[in-house]
Design a protein around this ligand. Structure first.
Ligand code: BTN
Length: 241
């Protein structure tokens, strides 16, 4: 379903999912006036400049397995950028897509949970495509497909490439989650031997990444050799690893 302007594709998708919309419904907006990101941030969504997409999914997985779903989405976006548009994409745990060390895509998965199983998940994806510049607060940290490669790609043109890759990786979330984890690790420079700090509600941890657990949690080795599983938080590279 295509919309000229929405507050947030995720908001409408959640309403539709709660009223019974079926798996696979896709909402695409040309503009969002209240695009949302993780950790209560906003997502800059000027008209026609980016892809603003939400997909309604009903995966047969447990809540503990839902991180793999977000990792699969990140793999699909990173592959689309790298293989279809020759933009070297990196993935920062769990699902920020970077190009030239700046954010080119963000993913926001919002789920409804009942008795430890997912009723539905809304997979929201924002990809910066045609922006030449960004609002001052993200000018140092954001980039677009145009800025990275000189290609002016319309959202409508990018969409089928992305959907095809999402379909492939989404199937594997239930049938072969280990393949999703392996591919994520292969695509991310943050997966192993990377010095990071992780900020979460519990405070800040500093350590070296040691790959992903089968659940999608990030394993960190602290300075004293202890291993910690990170299930949420903001990861930052401390120095090139
Ligand atoms: C993040 O990096 O914090 C996640 C950003 C997610 C943005 C997308 S754009 C389409 C969908 N609708 C929203 O309001 N947010 C997501």
């Amino acid at each position: 379903m295509r919309y000229d302007c929405l507050a947030s594709t995720n908001d409408l998708a959640k309403e539709m999912a709660a009223s019974g919309a079926s798996e696979g419904v896709a909402l695409l907006a040309r503009e969002q006036t209240a695009g949302r990101g993780r950790l209560n941030r906003s997502w800059s969504s000027p008209p026609g400049e980016g892809l603003y997409l939400s997909l309604i999914l009903r995966p047969q997985i447990k809540v503990a397995e839902s991180t793999v779903l977000t990792l699969a989405a990140a793999v699909a976006v990173a592959e689309t950028l790298t293989l279809d548009y020759q933009v070297a994409a990196d993935i920062k745990w769990p699902n920020d897509i970077l190009a030239g060390n700046r954010k080119i895509c963000g993913i926001l998965v919002e789920s409804s949970i009942e008795q430890d199983s997912l009723q539905y998940a809304v997979l929201g994806i924002g990809v910066n495509l045609k922006q030449r510049e960004f609002p001052p607060e993200i000018t140092e940290t954001a980039t677009s497909l145009f800025l990275e490669s000189g290609q002016m790609i319309e959202p409508e043109e990018f969409l089928p490439h992305l959907l095809e890759r999402i379909e492939t990786w989404y199937r594997l979330v239930t049938s072969a989650p280990a393949a999703v984890i392996a591919r994520w690790q292969a695509l991310s420079s943050f997966a192993r031997d990377c010095q990071v700090s992780v900020s979460s509600r519990e405070g800040v941890l500093v350590g070296t990444t040691r790959g992903l657990r089968p659940t999608g949690a990030l394993l960190i080795e602290l300075e004293d050799g202890q291993l910690r599983e990170i299930v949420s938080g903001e990861v930052r590279r401390v120095c090139k690893g």
